[in-house]
Design a protein around this ligand. Structure first.
Ligand SMILES: *[C@@H]1O[C@H](CO)[C@@H](O)[C@H](O)[C@H]1NC(C)=O
Ligand SMILES: *[C@@H]1O[C@H](CO)[C@@H](O)[C@H](O)[C@H]1NC(C)=O
Ligand SMILES: *[C@@H]1O[C@H](CO)[C@@H](O)[C@H](O)[C@H]1NC(C)=O
Ligand SMILES: *[C@@H]1O[C@H](CO)[C@@H](O)[C@H](O)[C@H]1NC(C)=O
Ligand SMILES: CC(=O)N[C@H]1CO[C@H](CO)[C@@H](O)[C@@H]1O
Ligand SMILES: CC(=O)N[C@H]1CO[C@H](CO)[C@@H](O)[C@@H]1O
Length: 587
């Protein structure tokens, strides 16, 4: 008895020593100020001349990303897929698409990244699989265990035509038309919120949950540092049990000009933002936490959802359970090329206001679904937007090419690949196409912009301005890229990582972002959104030390790096985005 107490005591001392030593080596915080670079693998770098970007191409460019100051890459899906939705329709979550490479290539990528201290984050598409997935084929055949992997429902008899079955509800797919597709073989409809080839998984089936967790474990075991979870808010639909045994119709929005085939025709109250979604995210968080100690680092989860901020912030956690970092798309949706300094300040303050205390903010300036910065805002606002994303507290996310101010490319109807556009017609396709922001990366001015040495065509055509707008041209001198690189380096300073944030709209066109940390030099970013020069007087920022020097200048600035100035007299040229560091410590 006494002996076993002693043993227990001994073991607990041993155990707590172990915890203490490992706690010291766990990097809990790397992600909180990370600069994350989104790679669209198909368009980043083609290493084998087939006109399609690939994993080896990414590995080849990792040293360049390191020099730029990137902390982590997240790659759009690289998994086996028939590519009807360019990889967002997955056949096998554990296999690499052959056009991108194989598992060996992936392991080399992860290893190279690790040596460079770049973390790798994968895109995770949980809402649906491809209709070529083994799970789906089994579910169609009602193989035991797989019957309920997808959302299946009987049709509704049409009272006027006894032989005809109508879809189970009026739900509309994101890509137009009914969200229900009839399977002759099974004799039932399946739900697809995206294309017909993307059946929705049924998260009310516990086996699906378990499968998906196994997939997360599979990639964590490969050494990835986290996941970006796609379209998370569409995991769950209302249950027929709660609506008299059938799926409820969604009400009409009443938006003029919409037809019953349009996604905007209906209010998606039964197919989006259901409360069950949050519990799934919290349970994935717990799974990721199992790996923290094992791998010595926090595992990051970021969730994509286009929703109201009050719904979004629920992904952060609920007080008892930790969640994810919900992508903040406010820069994409709420800032326009006519937004003034007051508007932009409000957008920044809104997220900081709603975000639960102690959580980490994030700023997304572009992605593969959005028109590029330079096209959306005009190229004279590229520096301003990059400066804001990188100077604000929290995570900054840059979509490949935004650091150069790449523009949307022109893609003809014949060359169009995006299913969202292919489902329309040659007259209207451009309105819904996401191909323009997915054209290949501009490395240099050589053939195919240095993206590919194919003798044929690249998978999407290049934007034709690549000869003048490319990385090689921007590596030195005053350019969007050199400004971006300076921002990435200033981001590592203590005031930018840990300092308090103060945003100030001095006038309609002058926006100031002030980061102050006691004991460190202050960092101040100023943007002039208008086309007239102006002198800014920051005397009203009393905690800001008086003397400062220029540390980063955008392409439209007349100031030079290193120039000393007084905070009471800061001449800022039109469209200039500029960063200062104070010569003495705050405060
Ligand atoms: C998957 O869906 C596509 C339509 O998107 C269809 O052409 C194809 O035949 C389907 N494949 C299977 C195996 O059902
Ligand atoms: C501003 O945005 C509108 C709408 O997106 C666009 O039509 C216009 O060309 C943009 N203006 C500039 C200067 O980029
Ligand atoms: C930045 O902060 C860290 C942690 O608080 C501290 O150890 C380090 O000395 C600081 N660096 C500078 C340059 O002040
Ligand atoms: C800046 O503003 C302060 C008051 O806020 C004023 O005392 C000072 O003269 C101004 N400086 C210049 C150069 O205009
Ligand atoms: C939930 C989800 O996976 N969302 C994705 C669903 O699929 C469509 C089409 O693949 C993507 O565009 C969404 O992002
Ligand atoms: C550059 C510049 O300063 N132009 C404008 C800068 O912003 C102020 C604020 O409105 C304008 O008045 C200036 O003309």
């Amino acid at each position: 008895m006494r002996f076993s107490y002693f043993l227990l005591f001994f073991l607990s001392v041993l155990f707590s020593t172990f915890i203490l030593t490992s706690a010291e080596t766990i990097d809990h915080n790397w992600w909180q100020t990370a600069l994350i670079y989104q790679i669209y693998p198909r368009s980043f770098k083609d290493s084998n001349g087939d006109g399609i970007g690939d994993l080896n191409g990414i590995t080849e460019k990792l040293p360049y990303l390191k020099k730029t100051g990137v902390d982590a890459i997240w790659m759009s899906p690289i998994f086996l897929s028939p590519m009807r939705d360019i990889g967002y329709d997955i056949t096998d979550y554990r296999e690499i698409a052959p056009e991108y490479g194989n598992m060996d290539d992936f392991q080399i990528l992860v290893k190279t990244a690790k040596e460079l201290d770049i973390r790798v984050i994968l895109d995770f598409v949980p809402n649906h699989t491809s209709n070529e997935s083994d799970w789906f084929l089994r579910s169609v055949r009602r193989e035991p265990g797989y019957e309920d992997y997808y959302v299946w429902a009987d049709g509704i008899p049409d009272p006027n035509m006894p032989d005809v079955q109508k879809p189970p509800s009026n739900w509309v797919s994101n890509f137009r038309g009914s969200a229900w597709q009839y399977s002759e073989e099974r004799g039932q409809y399946y739900l697809h919120q995206f294309t017909i080839g993307q059946p929705d998984l049924n998260y009310r089936e516990p086996r699906v949950h378990e499968e998906i967790k196994q997939v997360l474990r599979f990639w964590l075991d490969q050494g990835v540092s986290g996941f970006r979870v796609d379209a998370i808010n569409m995991l769950y639909e209302a249950r027929p049990e709660d609506f008299g045994g059938r799926y409820p119709d969604e009400p009409r929005t009443g938006i003029p000009g919409t037809t019953p085939d349009d996604y905007n025709y209906l209010k998606h109250i039964y197919t989006r933002n259901l409360k069950e979604t949050y519990d799934v995210v919290y349970s994935w968080r717990e799974l990721l936490n199992e790996y923290t100690k094992m791998h010595g680092e926090h595992k990051l989860m970021m969730t994509e959802a286009y929703a109201d901020v009050s719904d979004l912030i629920k992904y952060y956690g609920n007080g008892n359970r930790d969640g994810a970092v919900p992508f903040n798309f406010a820069f994409l949706g709420d800032i326009h090329n006519t937004s003034n300094a007051y508007d932009i300040k409000l957008v920044i303050d809104k997220w900081m206001t709603y975000m639960p205390s102690g959580k980490t903010a994030n700023w997304v300036n572009g992605n593969h679904d959005q028109s590029r910065l330079a096209t959306r805002h005009g190229s004279d606002r590229v520096d301003a937007m990059n400066m804001l994303a990188l100077m604000l507290p929290g995570i900054a996310i840059t979509y490949q090419g935004e650091e150069l101010g790449m523009t949307d490319g022109y893609v003809s109807w014949q060359d169009t690949r995006d299913p969202q556009a292919c489902d329309t017609d040659p007259v209207h396709y451009a309105l819904s196409s996401r191909d323009p922001e997915r054209t290949p990366y501009h490395w240099d001015s050589s053939d195919h912009a240095g993206f590919s040495d194919t003798t044929g065509r690249t998978w999407l055509p290049l934007a034709d301005n690549y000869v003048t707008l490319n990385l090689a041209k921007q590596l030195s001198g005053r350019s969007h890229y050199t400004f971006y690189k300076d921002l990435a380096s200033i981001r590592k300073k203590n005031a930018t990582r840990y300092g308090d944030l103060e945003t100030k709209a001095i006038s309609e066109s002058i926006l100031v972002v002030n980061r102050l940390l006691p004991g460190s030099p202050g960092i101040v970013g100023i943007v002039n959104l208008s086309d007239r020069d102006q002198v800014v007087n920051l005397s009203s920022l009393r905690l800001l030390p008086e003397k400062m020097a220029v540390v980063a200048t955008g392409v439209d600035c007349s100031l030079d790096k290193g120039m000393p100035l007084s905070k009471a007299y800061l001449p800022i040229s039109a469209h200039c985005a500029v960063v200062f560091e104070t010569l003495t410590n705050c405060c």
